[in-house]
Every structure is written in structure tokens, then in C-alpha cells.
Design a protein around this ligand. Structure first.
Ligand SMILES: Nc1nc2c(c(=O)[nH]1)N[C@H]1C(S)=C(S)[C@@H](COP(=O)(O)O)O[C@H]1N2
Ligand SMILES: [Mo]
Length: 377
């Protein structure tokens, strides 16, 4: 069969559209997407642990790093994806539209790939900006589409493997045509890497302490109340009154019975100080000094077995983060606190007064504020 000529494609002779450029950027994207997928998967598993899953309480900074990598790799992917689309868009004008069944499937898979990756990057970006211009529940949808994205990436890489190998290993033996005018291949690639790097440096200060003062576009450079950003205020959570009520008691329910503690009683217990980060899934993290009752001490006081898991309930009744579970790994860790103080002051109302959970190596969403009840499971 004679191959049809594709004159439209030949008109896009610029270096940035060469297979070498597409492959290089594609490889970069494959790396950033894989890092982003794996770190996102870890975060999902910690928040919805299946029975086989285990997440340690140490090192205290591990989740901060995996979540930071998630944000940084996602941000870097945005310019890379745009450059890749730029590099391949002439192919969209290839005619005939469909050459064969495999060709049709390939085009369809690329449509799915582009839609899924575009969706993941935009929803992720809106999420770190704490802007939710949609009605679906972000974590669930972002998670589900991540599988579509990584699956279509794998298919795409498998299909393109021969092209990839050719483009990445062999320099063209001779230049059959003079290099086209405009940006060279190397120039286009350099610009792409540079843009990705600048995007990261401009934003990652929200989670990388060293970049805090460099990241002009960071979504979280404020120092917040008591030196720490506030994610949800007491007013927004509807707990202002209940949290300041002198009748507030912490109830601790164990299989043997229930006990309550007033704030004064909690303050009279042995206190532990710990330097621990809040690492928010919304892309910021910050370390602070916390002081309060160590959870293993509290378990001992109420006579519960060490290493029991605990269900933590907040005064906040209707939000999605009003309840969390502290697994045994965490309740056995001497740095897991029911914090009463932050950076040397009584915990601010917006940071969870009268008391909140702060545990090492744990996503921010699970650091429940305005705690009212602990149930030993
Ligand atoms: N009850 C309750 N606790 C909560 C939240 C919430 O909305 N309600 N937000 C969580 C989230 S997403 C984060 S990142 C941390 C932020 O703590 P901070 O506001 O003290 O910085 O609190 C967590 N604890
Ligand atoms: Mo968060």
C-alpha cells in the first residue's frame, strides 16, 4: 500500500516540533508525573488506610517531604505539559484523520491522556490556591482521575517506545535539510526546563522553608496567627461558642468506662513540648513548637492499653474534618500530643482551642482541632 503524503505536517518544520524535543520533554513529564502519582497515592492511603497499609510516625518530616514533592512535581508538570503540547500540536493536523484502527485507538488514547493530565494539573492548582470552583468533592475526583492519567501515560509510553528509543539514543547521522530558522532544539528545551524551574521556585516557598522568602507567587507566605497559617477558622467551623464555653470538657471513652477532663485538669497533667510541622494537603507546610499532653501519657492515665487506636471527635459537627482516627503507631509515639499551646502561647481559637491533635508524620487534615472526645477503639 502506498503511504499517503502528509504535506500539512511538513509545514511545521520548526525544531521545537522534532521527535527529539517531544521525547525529551515527554521523558521529563513521565518522571514528574510518576513522582506526583506515587506521592499522591501515599497521601490517599494515609487518609483512607486499607487494612494492609502501614504508615510510621517517624521520621516526623516524611509526610511533609512526600506532600512537598507532590506539589512541586505537579507545578513543574504544568509548563512541561504545555511545552509538550506545543511540540506535538502539528500532528493534530495530520491527514487523513484516521489511518487505521490502531491509529484511531492511539489518537483516542492521546485524547484521554491530555484530558486527564490537564484535569489533574488544573484541579490540583486550584486546590493549592484553596479555590474550589466546582461542586464535586475534590479528593475523590482528583484521586480517581489520577488512575486514568497514569494508566493512559503507561499506554502512551508503551506505544511510543520505538520512537522514544530512536529519538533519545541516536543523533541524526546527517542533516538532510538545513536547520530551520527560529529557536533551536536546544534553545527550546532549555527554555522549557528553565520555565519549569522558575515555576517551582516561584511557588514552592509554601512548603520548602528555604524558599519562603524567594517565592513571590507562593499561595502561603503569610505567617498566620501565632506564626502559623490557619486553614479553617473557628467561625467558619461554627465552634466559637462551644470552644470558649467554661463547661467544655474533654471526654475520654475507654472499654472500661468514660472519664472527663476540664482544661485545668489537662494543664495539670505532665506536659510535653515538641517541634512538629503541619503539612497540609493543600500544598503548604510549616513547623511550629507545640506543648500539651502526650497521648501515650493520657492512655496510661485512663488505663487504656498502650498503642490502642483512638477516634478523635471535634466540636465541629458538620465539616468533613470533624473526626479522625489516630492509629496505634501514633498513639504510642511520645510526640503525639493533645496540644494546649502553640509557639509559647495558649492555643489560639483558630488553631483549635481548647485542645487539638498534633502528631508526627501525619497529613494536616488529620490534625483535628477543637477536640471534644477521644474514644479508645
Ligand atoms: N475540626 C477541624 N480540624 C481541622 C480542620 C478542620 O477543618 N476542622 N482542618 C485541618 C486541616 S486541613 C489542616 S491543614 C490543619 C491546619 O491547622 P491550623 O489551621 O491550626 O494551621 O487543621 C486540620 N484540623
Ligand atoms: Mo489541610
Amino acid at each position: 500500500m502506498k503511504r499517503l503524503p502528509i504535506p500539512e505536517e511538513e509545514r511545521f518544520a520548526a525544531a521545537s516540533h522534532s521527535a527529539r524535543v517531544t521525547s525529551r520533554i515527554g521523558l521529563g513529564l513521565a518522571i514528574t508525573f510518576t513522582v506526583c502519582f506515587l506521592t499522591g497515592l501515599v497521601s490517599h492511603l494515609i487518609q483512607h488506610p486499607p487494612t494492609w497499609f502501614f504508615w510510621p510516625s517517624r521520621p516526623i518530616w516524611l509526610y511533609r517531604v512526600t506532600q512537598g514533592l507532590h506539589v512541586v512535581s505537579g507545578i513543574a508538570s504544568i509548563p512541561l505539559l504545555l511545552a509538550k503540547l506545543w511540540s506535538v500540536y502539528p500532528k493534530l493536523f495530520g491527514r487523513p484523520l484516521v489511518r487505521s484502527v490502531p491509529h484511531a485507538l492511539e489518537r483516542l488514547s492521546i485524547l484521554v491522556l491530555s484530558a486527564a493530565t490537564f484535569f489533574e494539573l488544573t484541579t490540583g492548582l486550584f486546590n493549592v490556591a484553596q479555590n474550589y470552583p466546582w461542586t464535586f468533592y475534590f479528593p475523590q475526583v482528583h484521586y480517581a482521575v489520577a488512575w486514568v492519567a497514569i494508566g493512559s501515560i503507561l499506554v502512551h509510553v508503551a506505544v511510543k517506545l520505538p520512537v522514544l528509543r530512536r529519538a533519545l539514543t541516536r543523533e541524526p547521522a546527517e542533516a538532510p535539510v538545513p536547520p530551520p530558522a527560529g529557536l533551536s532544539r536546544r534553545g527550546f528545551l532549555r527554555t522549557t526546563w528553565l520555565t519549569a524551574g522558575v515555576s517551582v521556585v516561584a511557588t514552592a516557598g509554601a512548603t520548602v522553608p528555604l524558599l519562603r522568602n524567594v517565592s513571590g507567587l507562593s499561595w502561603r507566605t503569610d505567617h498566620g496567627t501565632q506564626g502559623l497559617p490557619v486553614n479553617r477558622t473557628a467561625s467558619a467551623a461554627g465552634v466559637r461558642q462551644a470552644a470558649q464555653d467554661s463547661a467544655w470538657r474533654l471526654s475520654v471513652v475507654t472499654p472500661a468506662g468514660a472519664r472527663t477532663f476540664s482544661l485545668a485538669e489537662l494543664r495539670a497533667l505532665p506536659q510535653t513540648t515538641a517541634e512538629l510541622p503541619i503539612a497540609c494537603v493543600e500544598g503548604w507546610s510549616q513547623s511550629a513548637s507545640w506543648r500539651g499532653v502526650a497521648v501515650p501519657d493520657l492512655l496510661r492515665i485512663v488505663g487504656a492499653p498502650p498503642g490502642s487506636s483512638i477516634r478523635v471527635s471535634s466540636l465541629e459537627r458538620y465539616g468533613p474534618y470533624g473526626v479522625s482516627v489516630l492509629p496505634g503507631e501514633h498513639t504510642a509515639d511520645a510526640l503525639t500530643l493533645l496540644a494546649l499551646e502553640l509557639n509559647g502561647e495558649v492555643l489560639d481559637l483558630d488553631h483549635g482551642f481548647p485542645c487539638r491533635v498534633i502528631a508526627p508524620n501525619r497529613p494536616g487534615v488529620l490534625q483535628t482541632k477543637w477536640v471534644s472526645k477521644l474514644e479508645v477503639l
